[in-house]
Ligand binder design. Structure first.
Ligand code: ADP
Ligand code: MG
Length: 353
């Protein structure tokens, strides 16, 4: 329960949850919901290395191949490879969220979801970037924890629960019990890898050269992890590798399932592997509560059925799987006293000051 004082303070403070995803970056503002949802792209001027555009506008530039601009996806593999650029992105996001409020309120409190397995240096870098961007307080949370909170899993309770977050660059599996993560796995196989599978398949099987954006579209249209009630075809356009000419080829959903099966198998095996390491009492809990799927990869057709089928535990898709991490990160501030234990410690980043 909020005390009246907390309530009044809450009205005048801006609490922000940020999901620094490999594919999409989202910002959740308490009381408003998701206010920013943009692809994790930054356009950087080649000569000066200065970021000039962030998000959808940067992604748009990408397809046009400009000469003096480099397009960077700073979180592509789930690690922060380009700190300066990540910092610029955070700066843009925090300022934009702050600007959207029309009352003069104090600087925001920010919780940022970071991929599990980032190094101390990277954590520190993200924390510093948030403070530099004008945050009053900044906290870090591991993405699967934020995803689980956003999906409404009882992460603070004794009984077990499980999240599988399939993003663009990484898939994260986490099993919770006794108020924390008991088992976790993080792999660099997720949605992007499936797109690459489709590009490779079209080249090898059909001599058709397509780009990753096209492959992603095909995946979203007819990609699947389990036989569909109604298999269907789609026409894919690209360049024929023999003739060099534009060409259109019809492929079936059965073929595309085969194309991405390698990546899907790895994800399923990772889930099995995590369950293998889970104590039996906890497995019994999971048989009750099920496996919650989050992230954009959770929207792959048949993925829940496939997981259920293979591990013999019911899998289901979180409500609004693409926004779980941002909403979960934001919720931590709403229930700070109970959830603060779940934040990641950095030297300064985990305490109020
Ligand atoms: P991240 O957290 O890494 O930014 P997201 O959770 O935003 O990733 O998910 C992005 C991934 O989800 C992309 O690979 C995208 O292609 C995939 N995705 C989104 N919608 C669908 C869909 N309907 N079917 C299959 N994959 C999808
Ligand atoms: Mg994510």
């Amino acid at each position: 329960m909020l005390s009246p004082l907390d309530y009044i303070f809450g009205l005048f403070s801006l609490d922000i949850g940020i999901d620094l995803g490999t594919a999409n970056t989202l910002v959740y503002v308490r009381g408003k919901g998701i206010v920013i949802n943009e692809p994790s792209f930054v356009a950087v001027e080649r000569k000066t290395r200065q970021p000039i555009e962030v998000g959808a506008r940067a992604k748009e530039m990408w397809s046009k191949n400009p000469r003096d601009i480099v397009i960077v996806r700073p979180l592509r593999d789930g690690v922060i490879s380009e700190f300066e650029i990540t910092a610029a992105m955070l700066d843009y996001l925090i300022r934009k969220a702050h600007e959207q409020t029309w009352v003069p309120i104090p600087r925001p409190r920010v919780v940022i979801g970071i991929p599990s397995g980032v190094t101390e240096v990277e954590k520190r870098a993200v924390y510093d970037a948030a403070m530099q961007a004008g945050a009053r307080e900044a906290y870090l949370i591991e993405e699967p924890v934020a995803a689980a909170i956003g999906a409404g899993l009882p992460v603070q309770e004794t009984r077990g629960s499980m999240i599988v977050d399939i993003g663009g660059g990484t898939t994260e599996v986490a099993i919770f019990s006794l108020g924390g993560i008991v088992i976790s796995r993080s792999i660099r196989v997720a949605g992007d890898e499936m797109d690459e599978d489709i590009v490779r398949y079209m080249r090898n099987k059909h001599n058709l050269l397509i780009g990753e954006p096209t492959a992603e579209k095909v995946k979203m249209q007819i990609g699947s992890a389990f036989p569909l009630p109604q298999e269907r075809p789609v026409t894919v356009k690209g360049r024929n590798l023999m003739s060099g000419l534009p060409s259109a080829i019809e492929v079936s959903s059965i073929e595309m399932r085969e194309a991405i099966s390698g990546s899907v198998n790895i994800i399923v095996d990772t889930i099995k592997d995590a369950l293998d390491d889970t104590p039996p009492e906890l497995v019994a809990d999971l048989m009750e509560s099920g496996i919650c799927l989050a992230g954009g990869g959770g929207l792959l057709q048949g993925i829940a059925q496939r997981v259920s089928d293979e591990v013999n535990i019911r899998a289901y898709i979180a409500e609004d799987p693409l926004t779980c991490v941002a909403r979960g990160a934001g919720r931590v501030l709403e229930d700070y006293n109970n959830l603060r234990r779940l934040l990641v410690g950095t030297e300064r980043g985990s305490t109020r000051h």
